[in-house]
Design a protein around this ligand. Sequence first.
Ligand SMILES: Cc1ncc(COP(=O)(O)O)c(C=O)c1O
Length: 376
Amino acid sequence: MKVEFYRHALDQTDIDNVVKVLQSVFLTTGPVTSEFERRFSEYTGLPHVVALNSCTSAMQLALMGLGVGPNDEVITTAMTFIASATCIEHCGATPVLVDVDSSTGCIDPSAVEAAITARTKAILPVHLYGVMCDMRALKDIADRHGLFLIEDCAHCIEGERDGVRPGELSDAACYSFYATKNLSCGEGGAIATRNHELAKQVKLLSLHGMSKNAAGRYHGAYQHWDMLTLGWKCNLDDIHSALLLDQLSRLDALWGRRKAIFDRYEEAFGSAGIHRPCVKGKSAHHLYTIWVDPDRRDSLLHEIQSRGIGVAVNFRAIHLLTYFRETFAYKQSDFPMAERIGSSTVSLPLYPLMQEEEVDYVIKTVLELYFQQKGD
Ligand SMILES: Cc1ncc(COP(=O)(O)O)c(C=O)c1O
């Protein structure tokens, strides 16, 4: 049997929606993107949404829109995808990495507080695998120190913890619609915020700093545009947005299917005594990972793969990657929890299209290889 690590859940309605755009006059950012922004705002409960070409752009523009720049520091986690830190550098600021909570892998609020200096401007927590960080604790720290809070929600559209949803306590929530994400159009992202001025600024920065986008220029009588600031090119076009519209109405049903698979994994791996991250609150169930002995992790990865099952590592601790070691002098033992997770984690397939027999096969194979390797 072959079980892919991920297969998207796009259906004929999504394809038809793209075809409609292709048959229309307008391909770039226009009415379909506006409609998606309106509906995503409804879903998140956040009044302002700007659709963008990635979560990386969303985080960079959110920070820039809040005035974060050279000489500033932004605190984020060592257990994440590199974009959570590189977006900070792309604003000219310095990423300051901290360690994580050993049970969830999410940023540790006490480590955040200990890393604050006179230069700290913002905190950028990452809702790892779909489990939200302790946003109440982070909001309290941000308020006491006068810091911005920008959430990396690449893994977490649907999550909730302690009665808090993404974007509720922060200045902005940044989402990814990358190929493997819970809501996907291949490449895409968005920022959602309660701050009207920030949304306006992000929109401006996302399109060369131009006062009007193409839809605004060519609607009715020709109108001149102005360049108001130095911007980037990060807008989301209508072709991509078309893929998101109907998918958004299926999002909760797709979550339900991932949750059912998650429950089966939890039951099987939990009763076998395999370590896994702990779920706090409602997870968005973006990724499923188990934690194994670091000495056996890589061989287990390859063994599982050789049985036809796709695997991944989310993530190796980023401070140990060459660039961060060389640029910021990070070294082994700086963040022991993130390092432990990074060297023991194995991500398994988790997506709505997985069939029951595929879930059975993953469980049976992983258990067999895990215990075989352990010598039990
Ligand atoms: C935690 C996290 N943050 C940010 C990103 C970047 O998302 P995008 O590819 O949309 O820029 C990813 C992508 O995988 C991610 O996993």
